[in-house]
Design a protein around this ligand. Structure first.
Ligand SMILES: [Zn+2]
Length: 240
């Protein structure tokens, strides 16, 4: 589907600003406030409309997020929801969350960054900087095909890095559905504990892997031997 023109004044200012970013700036590129105002001389609050796009998953960095930018520069990092399409600009999440809403989301997320698993105040692997948790907006493609902004706890590093632009809920559910029963059981266990734990299978594998070859062979003989006799057993049972 082709995008409408950013000059089409039948769209709202925010949608036009989004279309302008796509058509004139392009992901990853820098623009200035001056260029933005020049493109929209008739819209008095165009800076603000552009900022509003962040609520729809658009990532636009200023000097605050990207120290390589100059004062007047901003970088169009990632596209968000296609706000020019009917329905996509509705249900705007509140621009600012109350303290109670923030702590509810963080509590639901176990006070962990959902992208990398770091907890507030933990050191990153560099051993120098500590993690700060914040609320990030994620674009989620729902089962009916529409896109919605949902809120999730992320550390500052992951939030700025903007991992995963749109999450496809249907794809995740389909993959989970197509798992073998044993795999599904293991996944369900991780979900209930909200962490990936090492089950008996992984522990056994680690113990086997660490054995000297003579001993590995012995274990193999037992496991593979039993597998074979099991298969031939059931095969002969079928023949009967
Ligand atoms: Zn993180």
């Amino acid at each position: 589907m082709t995008q409408p023109s950013w000059q089409d004044s039948s769209y709202g200012s925010m949608a036009r600003a989004a279309l302008w970013l796509e058509a004139e700036v392009g992901e990853g590129n820098i623009f200035t406030k001056h260029q933005l105002r020049e493109a929209f001389p008739d819209v008095s609050q165009i800076d603000r409309r552009l900022r509003d796009l962040r609520s729809y998953g658009w990532q636009i960095h200023t000097r605050r997020e990207d120290a390589s930018l100059r004062q007047e520069e901003q970088r169009y990092v990632r596209k968000g929801a296609e706000v020019w399409l009917p329905g996509n600009a509705k249900a705007k999440p509140k621009a600012s969350l109350t303290a109670a809403q923030r702590s509810k989301i963080m509590s639901d997320d176990g006070f962990l960054c959902r992208s990398c698993g770091v907890a507030a105040g933990d050191f990153y692997e560099d051993g120098v900087s500590t993690a700060q948790l914040d609320i990030a907006r994620k674009l989620v493609r729902l089962l009916d095909g529409s896109t919605e902004v949902q809120l999730v706890t992320e550390c500052n590093r992951c939030r700025v890095g903007g991992r995963g632009r749109t999450v496809d809920l249907g794809q995740v559910i389909d993959s989970a559905r197509s798992l073998e029963p044993l795999e599904k059981e293991i996944l369900a266990g991780w979900m209930q504990r909200d962490r990936r734990s090492f089950g008996d299978l992984e522990k056994l594998w680690a113990a086997y892997r660490a054995l000297p070859e003579e001993s590995r062979e012995q274990v193999r003989n037992v496991v593979l031997g039993e597998e074979e006799s099991h298969v031939s057993g059931s095969a002969s049972a079928m023949l009967w």
